[in-house]
Design a protein around this ligand. Structure first.
Ligand SMILES: [Zn+2]
Length: 543
């Protein structure tokens, strides 16, 4: 090995270091982090739990070992305050009121109330069906045009429907926050959503549809698929700061289930089946008065909790550029007992730790500073990253990029890397070059309908204008790799099977880590800051 190294060093400079890298050994070091983080002791690292606190300690210790400087507000830690809300089902009720008729609904069977909203203690309001409930100015698409929703509950199918527009555009506007913002502006006091019939629950869409819940994401609310597995519902978790909750004016947040749907439509002159049939085909939906009011009583038990982001910095070497930061992030939390979360996302955290170690070992001297960040509350709706983006521990304008890892799925040899955000910014060319050094190609997302670019922590930075990238191991359509990937999502995603006993390609994970390290160094050393491409949808967020 040694002789080979020196020959290559003479021949090809830095590239040789990559060729000589001992991927087997590095893969084992990477896996060792996962063994601890997804081991029994940490009990699935639920935000606010003892297991999560242990994970924080572990990451802080590893950051220190890698020589990173503390970059939290309390050493390496940045404590984040949360509010938890739990619906007291016994003291809450729903009914449909039609004239003199009052038809009681069964909570949990006919409809679910989402405690993430700012549920009114008691309320009665008329319901209006608004199709997909979307307003997308750039696509000249506006289902809310001319609708007066003042004092009303908007009922919609949680899908993008017939909109012909860029996926990024539809993803953005069909996200919970943006959809609610439009409905709220039209006067709505709450919403009732109907699940997208094109997406089955619990499978590839186990994360919930964007827009399902009151907050950024539909998961972790104790009602979505994420809370299944036979355990009781978990409370909804929100950032304690009301200005970061993004659900102002939302007095009702309801999911209509298949079981209760017919009752909701009974007086509307339309049927649930008719609506579903149209939505299944992405056809335009009618808009109409449901001719019924919802009567709601909601008792919500509130509490507080705290959990930390962990931040460490490798200071840059250039006197000017060192005041700028490239963020390298991954979420540290998962779903709690019975959900080890080895790939989701102990794997990403392990890569953050491994790249920090490699940078020390290789005496890397990036010109800009690199901020290694593991965040909390991702599974509750990207809360830790949203908090960090709102309260960064370094000057916000000096954050030049976010490179985020969430479940990159090294389940087979790495031939091609899926890069979310590839076509959006100058980071695209840099990741291409970094991957090429290891003979790996890059591709855009194979499943754009999953909206992954806006579904993990990078979106907290993107929404504040920071160019970002996220990654998965790629595959070609019809390949064995595609089958492996789909089986993984079906059988292990957010389930007990995402554990230490699954087949993982550790060497390929190590190659991936090297590509990411190369990317970080390129971004850190580039005289130019990363920029959104002129035609990128996300450029609008740049400040
Ligand atoms: Zn997850």
């Amino acid at each position: 090995m040694k002789r080979r190294v020196s020959i290559l060093l003479a021949a090809a400079g830095a590239l040789s270091a990559l060729l000589a890298a001992d991927f087997a050994a590095e893969g084992n070091l990477w896996w060792a982090h996962i063994q601890y983080l997804a081991g029994d002791k940490l009990e699935g690292r639920n935000t606010g739990s003892e297991g999560y606190r242990e994970a924080v300690k572990y990451v802080a210790t590893e950051f220190e070992r890698a020589g990173l400087k503390p970059a939290g507000t309390s050493g390496y830690q940045q404590p984040v305050k949360f509010e938890t809300r739990e619906l007291v089902t016994e003291s809450s009720s729903l009914a449909l009121v039609h004239g003199e008729d009052v038809e009681p609904l069964t909570l949990g069977t006919d409809a679910n109330l989402n405690a993430r909203a700012r549920l009114a203690a008691a309320l009665e309001a008329p319901m209006v069906f608004v199709g997909y409930g979307l307003r997308i100015p750039e696509a000249h698409y506006d289902e809310l045009q001319g609708m007066d929703l003042h004092g009303k509950i908007a009922v919609y199918v949680n899908a993008a429907g017939p909109v012909k527009a860029d996926t990024n555009l539809t993803s953005h506007y069909s996200s919970g926050v943006e959809r609610w913002a439009a409905l709220h502006r039209a006067g709505a006091i709450g919403f009732a959503s109907i699940q997208n019939p094109r997406v089955q629950t619990g499978g590839a869409n186990g994360r919930g549809q964007p827009g399902e819940a009151a907050g950024r994401a539909g998961r972790g609310n104790g009602r979505g698929p994420a809370a299944g597995g036979g355990r009781g519902p978990q409370p909804a978790v929100l950032l304690a700061d009301p200005s970061l909750q993004e659900n102002e004016g939302q007095s009702v947040a309801l999911t209509i289930t298949r079981g209760g749907a017919d009752q909701f439509f009974a007086h509307s002159g339309h049927t649930y089946e008719e609506i579903l049939a149209l939505a299944r085909e992405n056809r335009p939906l009618p808009k109409f008065d449901m001719n019924v009011s919802l009567r709601m009583k909601a008792l919500v038990k509130r509490d507080t909790m705290e959990a930390s982001n962990v931040a460490g910095v490798l200071p840059g070497s250039d006197p000017q550029l060192r005041s700028e930061y490239v963020i390298f992030s991954a979420h540290l939390d998962h779903l709690g007992p019975g959900r080890p979360g080895a790939m989701d996302n102990a794997s990403g955290v392990a890569s953050v730790l491994e790249v920090a170690r490699l940078m020390k070992e290789t005496a890397a001297k990036p010109k800009r500073s690199i901020l290694f960040l593991t965040v909390t509350g991702e599974e509750k709706g990207e809360l830790g990253s949203r908090y960090f983006a709102a309260h960064p521990t370094v000057p916000f304008r000096q954050i030049v990029a976010d490179v985020n890892l969430d479940m990159f799925l090294p389940l087979y040899p790495l031939k091609v890397l899926v890069v979310q955000g590839l076509a959006e910014s100058t980071l695209g060319a840099q990741v291409k070059a970094a991957a090429a050094e290891l003979g790996v190609g890059v591709q855009t997302d194979r499943e754009p309908e999953q909206n992954r670019f806006i579904r993990s922590d990078q979106y907290s930075f993107i929404r504040r204008g920071v160019p970002s990238l996220a990654f998965k191991f790629g595959y070609e359509f019809g390949s064995p790799e595609e089958k492996i990937r789909q089986a993984w999502v079906r059988e292990r995603y957010h389930k007990a099977g995402d554990n230490l006993d699954q087949p993982v390609d550790k060497e390929s994970a190590a190659r991936f880590d090297r590509i990411i390290m190369g990317l970080l160094e390129r971004v850190a050393d580039d005289p130019e800051r990363p920029q959104w491409n002129a035609e990128s949808f996300f450029k609008r967020f740049a400040q």
